[in-house]
Design a protein around this ligand. Structure first.
Ligand SMILES: [Zn+2]
Length: 138
């Protein structure tokens, strides 16, 4: 079992640790854990990152091709609308899963997670006592 790169795990929509178990239980719903190595996927929180990258990447590509096509061929507007909007929607749907899997793999590799204030608690140095009741118990 060799660890996949984040890109390999993303493109194959597989577990970022073993590269075997499927990451998704639905179209974009994460599986609770890897069925191959047991990695708990609860650390994963890509939020709206996949949607942002999918919309931006597909948008730039489709709009660039559309602009080139409109200048070169001057197609009728109804044909442009008929082709460009479905291309935007289909393109975003096509790349959303692998982009989400890639971002989850990046979160796993770089141990990215929600920030916490553990270093500022009553046990920290520097005289910070965030929770005075706990500090009084010491
Ligand atoms: Zn796994």
């Amino acid at each position: 079992m060799t660890a996949p790169t984040s890109l390999e795990a993303g493109l194959r929509c597989r577990c970022p640790r073993c590269g075997e178990g499927p990451l998704f239980a639905g179209f974009l719903t994460m599986a609770p854990s890897c069925e191959s190595c047991g990695l708990d996927f609860s650390f994963a929180d890509p939020a709206d990152g996949p949607a942002f990258f999918a919309m931006t990447g597909v948008g730039i590509l489709v709009i660039a091709v559309w602009a080139w096509w409109a200048v070169v061929a001057s197609p009728p507007i109804w044909l442009q609308i008929l082709l460009v909007f479905p291309a935007l929607i289909a393109g975003c749907l096509a790349v959303l899963r692998p982009v989400k899997a890639w971002i989850v793999a990046e979160q796993y590799i770089h141990k990215a997670e929600q920030g916490r204030f553990a270093s500022l608690g009553v046990h920290g140095e520097g005289g910070f006592a965030i929770d005075r009741r706990k500090a009084a118990e010491r």
